[in-house]
Design a protein around this ligand. Structure first.
Ligand code: ACO
Length: 337
């Protein structure tokens, strides 16, 4: 019989350093009103340069909490999946760093997922397949980002830099024999023709490193993320709705059946648009972008961990996760907690 994939533990970690909109206004031509009105963001966390917080270590900190809450020991984990667009190193990805930082006795597999804002839902889907087929019983799934070190904190980069924050979230996905619990479906999509609308192009293997060094051009913005904000926004609202409705239809569910929708935290206006279109009450949609900004692959597990800590999710509740981001990629997962 197929196993079901449940979430047995959740955890998150964010750096202590709170950066308010007014703090950013000291560094670039922006202001609190613009940021709150356009995005809903009031503050975000940035790691303190020189601290031990990196994408990998923040992921490990979140993972330790999730493992403990699952009632497991680190060595019970059989596989690691790590989603990020901001790895510590160009290669290897941070999954292997977690294998080391958890002090695992076993040389378990570690997979890195590069699907940006959709990365965590993609990772849940991968974990679900391994669990359903019986290959693994406990999989650690992490989303973690350190954006602040890679943003253009001048007025030139303000359209992007005010939005993103640092942090990590993690879950343990475990096998269950209970047919009434676990992931009901996942749906994954991509549309690569829009890859450049939200991308970070440098460094890359088309622009050869010796050529970059020879140019030594401080005006080269290819090392900073680029986002065609309006274009991304318009696609996001359409794709979010499509992939949520796809999940509901596949499971013969109505939006009213949902206890909680945890959307990727890209922009509060996007979440509010979805909520209104789906006619959901405020208590059916979890948002924390006000406090953390967009932490890309980490937004969904951080929000899930907070919602769980607040007692908003109980056994048997129907929970929907949905994300859209760079690629473009978009995805949903629906589960019975
Ligand atoms: N402070 C003040 N003014 C600013 C700032 C800022 N931080 N940033 C831009 N502006 C100015 C612009 O220069 C522009 O000025 P102009 O009219 O004189 O030219 C004006 O504000 C409007 O700029 P827009 O970019 O058109 O503003 P918009 O309302 O589209 O909001 C935003 C921008 C917040 C980025 C929005 O487009 C958005 O949220 N897009 C979607 C983001 C998203 O979903 N991303 C996907 C996930 S991220 C991932 O996958 C990595």
């Amino acid at each position: 019989m197929f196993k079901r994939s449940i979430i047995s533990g959740v955890g998150h970690y964010v750096p202590d350093n709170v950066v308010k909109n007014d703090d950013l206004a000291q560094r670039m031509d922006t202001n609190n009103e613009w940021i709150v009105e356009r995005t809903g963001i009031e503050e975000r966390r940035h790691v303190v340069p020189g601290s031990d917080d990196t994408t990998a270590t923040m992921g490990t900190k979140a993972a330790k909490i999730a493992i403990e809450r699952a009632g497991l020991q680190p060595d019970d984990i059989e596989f690691i999946i790590f989603a990020t667009l901001s790895p510590d190193y160009y290669f290897p990805g941070p999954g292997v760093q977690v294998q080391e930082q958890l002090g695992l006795a076993k040389e378990i597999g570690a997979l890195d997922v590069r699907n940006q804002c959709s990365g965590f839902v993609y990772s849940m889907s991968v974990a679900d397949q391994f669990i359903k087929t019986g290959m693994y019983k406990h999989i650690l799934v992490i989303g973690s980002e350190l954006h602040s070190g890679g943003l253009d904190m001048t007025t030139r980069g303000r359209g992007v830099s005010v939005i993103f924050g640092d942090g990590a979230g993690a879950v343990v996905m475990s096998a269950s024999d209970d047919p009434n619990r676990g992931i009901l479906s996942t749906h994954l999509h991509s549309e690569g023709r829009h890859a450049k609308e939200l991308a970070l192009e440098g460094p890359n293997t088309r622009d050869w490193v010796p050529a970059i060094i020879a140019r030594n051009d401080p005006e080269d913005t290819s090392f900073y993320p680029y986002m065609n904000g309006n274009f991304v926004f318009k696609h996001a609202v359409v794709r979010f709705m499509e992939v949520i409705n796809e999940a509901l239809a596949a499971n013969q569910l109505q939006s009213t059946d949902l206890k909680l929708l945890i959307p990727h935290q890209a922009n509060l206006r996007i979440s509010q648009y979805i909520q209104q279109k789906m006619q959901l009450r405020d208590d059916q949609v979890y948002n924390n972008i006000m406090r953390y900004g967009n932490t890309t692959a980490a937004t969904i597990p951080i929000a899930l961990s907070e919602a769980w800590e607040a007692g908003l999710i109980q056994k048997g509740d129907l929970v929907m996760f949905a994300a859209f981001g760079s690629g473009f990629t978009w995805a949903s997962a629906v589960m019975r907690w």
